[in-house]
Design a protein around this ligand. Structure first.
Ligand code: GLY
Length: 367
């Protein structure tokens, strides 16, 4: 019997597992695929963007994002040190750009929302945008600078977390899909695909978009897959500043450029659709004309864990704190990983944190 089983080896499951192992708990993380193969983080752009997304995010989720953002630099640094892997954390900043007069008017609303929420934001002329990101083209007519919206490389982060988890004494079991859990002799029985099972004293469900299907019978968790397609282009931009238009984002890595993302309610269908890819390329080349000459390296498809009210469900479902949930992070799984790890640990160890009131998963059990 393991002390704590974490169901899900994506960014949230690994962040939780690593934090618990580091705290001295005996922990096993069960991942359905190989590390980084099928989870949402493998397709994520890794934007850490509490300000850019404030207008489109429920207020409690922004409060969580701000708290997690504050922890990110030291968390990324610690993981890089513990694993020996550079997680690609970059603080160059983000420019939200306008491509026409309508976009410029929309930027005014974004700026007001950002200021109201206390974020630093600054209006930019076309020339100032070009100075920060020389790859933008003549269609860009102005912008907003968000100096504290950063980026990280989620694929490197997954490997760093798995490495740090193992060096802290935790176990990662790959190709071990948990298909259901049930109470058994005062512990939890985990049923794995293929007929195998495992027993754990406590379980953390952190299976991203798959979380609802793992819940014990009769315990509701309104989490669903929201598909996103990202195009990986094989050429970097001239600076690391992230570019966001109202319809797409362009994230410059050291050696490549990500163009994203579609938001599609199509269940578990995995095939990227030509229409969505076309719209991304059209918008990407309007903002950054050199997109035309970049090789297409990959079409990455992921399933974001959408949740009914847009606020992640983090916390215990039972009085004894044997069943914990950390799911429904939707578009903010990377951003919220450090805070989620801390909140799950606090919840397991019975240390109340006021933020757990915002994320209580039992809210879906009332009616
Ligand atoms: N966080 C970016 C996205 O979900 O597309």
């Amino acid at each position: 019997m393991t002390e704590i089983a974490v169901v899900g080896g994506g960014i949230i499951g690994l962040a939780v597992g690593e934090e618990l192992a580091r705290a001295g708990h005996e922990v096993t993380v069960f991942e359905r695929d190989a590390l980084g193969e099928g989870c949402a983080a493998a397709a994520a752009a890794g934007m850490l963007a509490p300000a850019a997304e404030v207008d489109a995010t429920p207020a409690p989720t922004t409060r969580l994002a701000v708290e997690s953002h504050r922890r990110f630099p030291s968390w990324a640094e610690r993981l890089s040190r513990a694993s020996g892997i550079d997680v690609g954390f970059d603080q160059t900043g983000t420019v939200m750009v306008a491509l026409d007069a309508d976009d410029l008017r929309e930027l005014v609303h974004h700026e007001e929302a950002q200021r109201r929420a206390g974020f630093e934001t600054r209006r930019l002329s076309r020339d100032e945008v070009r100075a920060l990101q020389p790859s933008v083209g003549p269609a860009v007519v102005g912008g907003l600078l968000l100096p504290h919206d950063w980026q990280v490389d989620p694929r490197r982060l997954l490997v760093a977390l798995a490495t740090a988890l193992r060096s802290a004494g935790g176990t990662l079991r790959e190709h071990a899909p948990v298909v259901g859990i049930e109470r058994h002799d005062g512990a939890w029985l985990l049923r794995l695909a293929g007929g195998e099972s495992a027993v754990a004293r406590r379980v953390v469900i952190a299976a991203g978009a798959w979380s609802a299907s793992v819940m014990p019978p009769g315990v509701p968790l309104p989490v669903r897959p929201v598909r996103g397609t990202v195009i990986r282009l094989g050429t970097p931009l001239e600076s690391r500043a992230v570019v966001r238009t109202p319809r797409a984002y362009i994230v410059p890595r050291e050696d490549s450029t990500l163009l994203g993302a579609t938001v599609e309610e199509r269940g578990w269908a995995r095939e990227a659709l030509a229409g969505g890819v076309f719209e991304l390329l059209k918008e990407g080349r309007r903002a950054v004309p050199s997109v035309d000459d970049m090789p297409v390296a990959e079409l990455a498809v992921g399933f974001r864990p959408g949740i009914r009210d847009g606020v992640p469900a983090i916390g215990a479902l039972d009085e004894e704190r044997t069943l914990i949930v950390a799911a429904g992070h939707y578009r903010k799984g990377i951003e919220l990983a450090p805070l989620t790890a801390d909140l799950v640990r606090a919840s397991l160890e019975g240390r109340p944190d006021p933020l757990l009131a915002e994320t209580d998963p039992r809210r879906f059990m009332k009616g």
